[in-house]
Design a protein around this ligand. Structure first.
Ligand code: ADP
Ligand code: MG
Length: 255
């Protein structure tokens, strides 16, 4: 049996008295694409942020390729915060793309991709530039390397953000509504880049409202409501054969 790339077990997370994740179990196998869907406020972003420990979970376990993230277990099984250097090392393996792309406005597209390679990976300038150029080619933006973000469309900016994450050579990618801030005519070009990544075997956990994309690209759909995964299965089953009233009700809003 292969070790899951992401394994969440009985994960719980509260903000004060408000429990946002409840007993979440979710596995993502290597090269699998899992789309996480559910209503606003159901805990999708929080779940994603627990995967790379941007949000510390309070209960359960999150393992990346078998390794517990965020905590060390002592000989009694008690958990303590993981050393910051190890947490940083684990996070470097996990690419994340957000709804808002957060590019540096004063840098070119190429510099937005190459700078983190220099700062985080310590690559020499020439090597960072070469790798950044290759990543921009991969997302179809070779001709925009010298452009500043404000000269790019939202779809192009999001593709730069994807290139920036890919340049770090992550083992898995997390996407949090990567197309939700885009004008409708720009959504397709970003989804196409993600589809190509999936076809290349990248492991991905994607929060999205793009049901057509999810139906075609996902290996599995997980539906979350009120901080619980209510259903998880192949797209056809979740989209067309769900017996779960909340799932059917949610999907109706997309027809
Ligand atoms: P989704 O991404 O599905 O819309 P979120 O994970 O962003 O949902 O949020 C789930 C719930 O947790 C919401 O009720 C939200 O208000 C709450 N929440 C999220 N982040 C925080 C935070 N940092 N502090 C307090 N409450 C939060
Ligand atoms: Mg969200």
């Amino acid at each position: 049996m292969t070790v899951p790339m992401i394994a969440m077990r009985a994960v719980g997370k509260s903000f004060g008295a408000h429990q946002v994740l409840r007993g979440v179990d979710l596995d993502v196998a290597p090269s699998e694409v899992v789309c996480l869907i559910g209503p606003s406020g159901s805990g999708k972003s929080t779940l994603l942020r627990c995967v790379n420990f941007l949000e510390p979970y309070d209960e359960g376990e999150v393992r990346i390729a078998g390794e517990l993230i965020g905590y060390d277990l002592d000989s009694e099984g008690e958990r303590r915060p993981m050393a910051p250097s190890r947490l940083r090392a684990m996070r470097r393996e996990i690419g994340m793309v957000f709804q808002h792309f957060n590019l540096w406005p004063h840098m070119t597209a190429l510099e937005n991709v190459s700078e983190p390679l220099r700062r985080v990976r310590g690559l020499p300038k020439g090597e960072a530039t070469d790798r950044a150029a290759a990543m921009l080619r991969r997302v179809g933006l070779a001709d925009k390397a010298g452009a500043h973000p404000l000269r790019l469309s939202g779809g192009q900016q999001q593709r730069v953000a994807i290139a920036r994450a890919l340049a770090m050579q992550p083992r898995l990618m997390l996407f949090d509504e990567p197309t939700s801030a885009l004008d409708p005519e720009l959504v397709g070009e970003v989804l196409e880049v993600m589809r190509a990544l999936a076809a290349e075997g990248m492991t991905m956990l994607i929060v999205t409202h793009e049901m057509g994309f999810a139906a075609h690209v996902a290996s599995r759909i997980a539906f979350i409501d009120g901080g619980r995964i209510l259903e998880s299965g192949p797209p056809r089953r979740v989209f067309h054969e769900s017996a779960e009233p909340r799932v059917r009700q949610f999907l109706q809003t997309y027809h």
